[in-house]
Design a protein around this ligand. Structure first.
Ligand SMILES: [Zn+2]
Length: 141
């Protein structure tokens, strides 16, 4: 389970709409607590791929990830997951996403249809790494 508040959801929606028709991506910073992740803040990262590839896949440059991890540490937080958008596509991770994912983290995928964020779902990798399993999003107030 991942716990998010309305402000964090609104920030991810806004990022996905701003970067449309390209994919946006970012980190979710917070804490691991028992079987759930408590998100404290979102950390936007620009899409690092070249223009022609931008539409289909997301990639976070190692230096961007390191900067995000350092920022999280400075705040006393952990990176608990990643988010990215699928422009004009469903909020379900692709095979590419699966091949570039790690266990434990949450992966939020947002569907942005014609510039509007219309769906947002969270996923975790199965223990055998063969697929993603949908994760419950608990909306804190
Ligand atoms: Zn994807």
């Amino acid at each position: 389970m991942i716990v998010l508040d309305n402000e964090q959801l609104a920030q991810m929606h806004a990022h996905g709409e701003r970067d449309y028709p390209y994919e946006c991506c970012g980190l979710m910073l917070g804490r691991f607590a028992d079987a759930r992740k408590q998100v404290v803040e979102t950390y936007a990262i620009s899409n690092a791929r070249e223009e022609e590839a931008k539409r289909n896949r997301f990639l976070i440059r190692p230096e961007e990830l390191m900067r995000g991890e350092k920022y999280a540490r400075d705040q006393g937080l952990d990176v608990v997951g990643f988010y990215h958008s699928h422009p004009d596509d469903v909020a379900v991770p692709s095979q590419y996403d699966l091949e570039h994912a790690w266990p434990t983290y949450s992966y939020i995928v947002m569907s942005v249809e014609k510039g509007r964020a219309v769906d947002l779902r969270s996923w975790e990798m199965a223990a055998d790494r063969s697929r993603f399993i949908e994760e419950i999003i608990n909306r804190a107030v």
